[in-house]
Write a protein that binds this ligand. Sequence first.
Ligand SMILES: Cc1cc2nc3c(=O)[nH]c(=O)nc-3n(C[C@H](O)[C@H](O)[C@H](O)COP(=O)(O)OP(=O)(O)OC[C@H]3O[C@@H](n4cnc5c(N)ncnc54)[C@H](O)[C@@H]3O)c2cc1C
Length: 512
Amino acid sequence: MPDHPRDSRAVDLLVIGGGIFGAGVAREAALLGNRVALLEKGDLAQGTSSQSTKLLHGGLRYLEHGQFSLVRESLRERAVQAELAPHLASPLPFLVPLGEGSRLRPWKLKLGLWLYDWLAGRPAGFRPGFLSPEELASAAPALVQTGSRGAGRYFDWQTYDSRLVVECALQAAQHGAQVAPRTEVVDIQGGPPDLFRVRAQTTGARGTEVQEWTARCIVATTGPWTDRFRSRTWPEAAPRSRLTSGVHIVVPKIDPKQAWLITAPSDGRVFFVIPFFGQTLIGTTDRDFEGDPDRAQVESADVAYLLSATNAYLQDRRLTESDVISSFIGLRALVRSGKGHPSHASREKCIFESPAGVWHIVGGKLTTWRLIAHAILRRAAAGGGLRVDDGERSRRTPLPGGCFGLSSDRGLAARELARHGRLEMEVATHLECRYGSRAAEVAEIARDHPQLGTPLLPGWLETPAEMLYTRRFEFAETLEDFLRRRTPLALTTKISAAERSRLERIWAELRV
Ligand SMILES: Cc1cc2nc3c(=O)[nH]c(=O)nc-3n(C[C@H](O)[C@H](O)[C@H](O)COP(=O)(O)OP(=O)(O)OC[C@H]3O[C@@H](n4cnc5c(N)ncnc54)[C@H](O)[C@@H]3O)c2cc1C
C-alpha cells in the first residue's frame, strides 16, 4: 500500500457512521494501534443505536424461526457484555404469560425456554422456570389473570444502547482515534491500490468546515443510510438492505419487577413491556419503511397499536394516548432477501465490499456489536494493511466505565462511592449505574462545583454536573444530545416548555 502524508487527517482506517457498529470498529482498531478516525454526521448513536429495545438478548422468538446459531452467538455475547460493561448490562426477568387465546402451548414454551437456557450455556442464577396461574397472580398483579394458564419465566439483559456507543467511541479516543461527531462524509474518491480521499463536512457552533481525509481503508457503518450512501457515492450500486421501522412508547410504571413478552391479539406479533428508569417501555412495531431515514416519524397508528395490544394484558388499567410520555422510532437495516412479514426477516449480518473497496454491513444486532466489529475489521484488514488480532484484545478490555477491577459487586462500588464522595446512597447508585467505574469523576465535579449539584428536574437525579461531564468527556454538544442519548430524560419525563428553556439556559451557561 502507498504511504500516507503524516498529518492528522491521514489515517489507516476511516469509519463512517457513529452507531454501535462504527464505534465498535473504531474501538477495536484503535485498541490494536491503528490510526483511526470515526466520522458521524450527527450525534453519536443518533441513528438506530439509540432507538432499540435496549436488550442484550438472544431473542427467544427467533427460535421459532429456526435462527439457532444467531441466538446462541447472541446469548454467549450477552455474557461477554456483562464482563466488559457490567454497569450497562443488568439481568432482567421476563414473563411469557399463557392467557386466553395464547397461540403457544405450555410444552412448546417450556421446550423453548430450556433450549434458550442451553444455548446460553446454562448461566447459574438465571435459570428459566414456569409459574402456575396462582404464582403468576402474586408475581405480576398488573397482568390480566382471566383464563390464565400460568407463565414461562426466563432472563435476558437490559442495556443502555446510546451509552454503549458513547463508551466505545470514548475508548477508541482514549487509544488515539479521532472521534468527530457532526461530520458528514459527502464524497469518496480513489481507493485501492491508492489511498482513499474523503471529503467531509463538519457543522458546529462555529459554522461549517470542509475537511479532506486520506485513508488506507474505509468502513461505512451507516445503518439505515447504507443504500442511500452507496448510491450517492456509486450511483450504479444495487440496494442491499430492507428497511423496517420499529416504534416504542414510554408510559408510566406498569410492572417494575419484570418484563413481559406478550403477543398482540390483532396480528399475533410478539412485543415487550419492560421496566425503564421507573417508567415502562413498550415495543416494538415492525413495518416496512420506504423513504428518507432522516425523516422517519412515529405515526399515531403505531402508538394506537401498542396501546391497544398492551391494554389486552392489563388487569385493572386502560392506557390512553394521554399516558404516553414519549415515543421513538428506529429503523432496522435488514439483509434484503425476498418479501414476507418484516418480523420473519432474518437478523443475520451481511458484510460486503463495494466495487470501490469500501466495506459495509447490513443486518446484525446491538447485542453482538463486538463480534460484528471484529468481523468487519478482519475483512477490511485483508486488503488494507491494518493490524488485527483474533478478537482477544477487544474481548479482554473492559469499556471505560467497566473497570471495576476484581470486584464484580456493583452494590459495593456504589457504597464506596457514597462513602468517599459523601453522597446519598440513591445518588451514588444512580451515578454508578450510569457511569460505572467513572462515576467518581462526575461526583468530583459536583463536589468541586456545589452549585452544579442540584437536580435538573423534580423527581430526577440528573444534575448540571452530569451535563458538564457529558460535554467535557462524552462528546455531547447540544442539550438534545444530553437529554436523549447521554441520559434518558427526554424519554422518561414530559419536559414542559418552561423547564426546557431553563435547561437550555443552564446548558448555555456551563463553563466547559
Ligand atoms: C426498533 C428496534 C429495536 C431493536 N432492538 C434491539 C435490541 O433490543 N437488541 C439488539 O441486540 N438489537 C436491537 N436492534 C438492532 C440494533 O439496534 C441495530 O442492529 C444497531 O443499532 C445498528 O447499528 P448501526 O451502527 O448499524 O446503525 P446506526 O446506529 O443507525 O448508525 C449509523 C450511523 O451512520 C450515520 N451516518 C449515515 N450516513 C453518514 C455519513 N454520510 N457520514 C457520517 N455518518 C453517517 C448515521 O447518522 C448513524 O448514526 C433493534 C433495532 C430496531 C430498529
